[in-house]
Design a protein around this ligand. Structure first.
Ligand SMILES: *Cc1c(COP(=O)(O)O)cnc(C)c1O
Length: 380
């Protein structure tokens, strides 16, 4: 089968001379591994979200692994994770030696985690809760944080969808104990592959700094600059480092994040208008609380119950419209089939077959939104 050429892809990266120039200049510097661009990107990102520490890493997945290790998750521990998220959130719990315990989401109108279900999933072995800001819409972190503080549990924010999202002026990712971001190609701040871990805790930061680069006490960059001659290895770490070319891209992309998120908000509002009043079709997150600003990473709808989603996606694909599903619930995957299930995942199971993600990116235009909407509505 030949690859489809999309008239409307799910996401799209705008490449211009400023972005290409930043990459080329860094290439020409001759220093490609972690160095001054990475340091500048980390500083700029920490300032943007308002966190004390930021560590650029190889992916959002390595960010999650470092966050979990950084708050001390290990063998014998449990970590509460929504089943309706990307599988990396559960995989990294296992990488840390712990076991995920899945919680449910609120309902068709709010696909973020249900704090009551989180509470029921907590047990004596719970070490952390990994929250997702689904689609870039801030979850109720206040309630999660209160619960976590009461029990001495860490809150890790999976903010992969939510760079630039805020709650009462505070940035998602900077509110919990540790925040994780992804810079994968389809994310709001894209560099190809990459991620960031942020925290206000000096102690957690020091663990993450060591674990990111083999547990070594100095970097190649330090030795190159003559700041160090050798190193000790104080823990068995990983190689989750970032690099200079992608950091240069990241610095440019960060300056475009707010405008990009605003453009996304405009197209999301247009979709919402087009779908208003359609029987059985739900556009979630319609009544977000007034203090919250979404990053509008994903344009998700719930199809009317009983809709043949595969047939609908095929029809959209025939018109050159790419769609996706966020997410097949983790507890349905073979690798998690026999994980402990202390909490019913009723809502997740109900909403999952109805989920559909439509194209959303800053370079979209009103005509394309109308094309996608009309094509979808014609199928219902
Ligand atoms: C993309 C994503 C990740 C993983 O990020 P990578 O950079 O692809 O490793 C983790 N969690 C969520 C919710 C994501 O969307």
């Amino acid at each position: 089968m030949s690859e489809p050429t999309w008239r409307v892809p799910l996401s799209d990266i705008a490449v211009d001379n400023e972005l290409a120039g930043a990459a080329l200049e860094t290439l020409r510097s001759g220093w490609w591994s972690m160095g001054p661009q990475v340091a500048a990107f980390e500083r700029a990102f920490a300032d943007y979200v308002g966190s004390r520490h930021a560590f650029a890493v190889s992916s959002g997945t390595s960010a999650l692994h470092l966050a979990l290790a950084g708050v001390g998750c290990g063998p014998g521990d449990e970590v509460v994770v929504p089943s309706l998220t990307f599988v990396a959130a559960a995989n990294t719990v296992r990488h840390a030696g712990a076991e995920p315990v899945f919680c449910d989401v609120l309902g068709p109108h709010d696909l973020n985690l249900d704090v009551a279900s989180v509470e029921r999933a907590l047990g004596p072995a719970t070490k952390a809760i990994v929250v997702l800001h689904y689609g870039g819409h801030p979850c109720d972190l206040g309630a999660v944080a209160a619960l976590a503080e009461e029990r001495g549990i860490a809150v890790v924010e999976d903010a992969a969808h939510a760079p630039g999202a805020t709650v009462d002026g505070r940035f998602c990712g900077s509110i919990g104990d540790v925040g994780c971001f992804s810079f994968f190609s389809n994310k709001n701040l894209a560099v190809g592959e990459g991620g960031m871990v942020v925290t206000d805790s000096d102690e957690v930061a020091e663990r993450i700094r060591l674990l990111r680069s083999h547990g070594m006490t100095t970097l190649t960059w330090d030795r190159h600059r003559g700041h160090a001659h050798s190193y000790d290895v104080v823990t068995s770490g990983f190689n989750y480092r970032f690099d200079e070319v992608r950091a240069a891209l990241g610095l440019v992309q960060l300056t475009r994040l707010d405008a990009g998120n605003e453009a996304r908000a405009g197209f999301a509002a247009r979709y919402r208008e087009r779908f208003a009043g359609v029987e059985g079709l739900v556009v979630p997150f319609g009544d977000n609380d007034a203090g919250a600003r979404s990053a509008h990473h994903l344009m998700v709808v719930l199809l009317p119950p009983g809709t043949d989603r595969d047939a609908l996606r095929t029809a959209l694909q025939a018109e050159g419209i790419q769609t996706s599903v966020h997410y097949p619930p983790i507890h349905h995957f073979s690798a998690y089939a026999d994980s402990a299930r202390p909490v019913p995942l009723t809502v997740t199971d109900e909403v999952a077959p109805r989920l559909l993600t439509l194209p959303l990116y800053p370079g979209l235009d009103d005509q394309l939104v109308d094309l996608v909407s009309d094509t979808l509505l014609a199928q219902l």
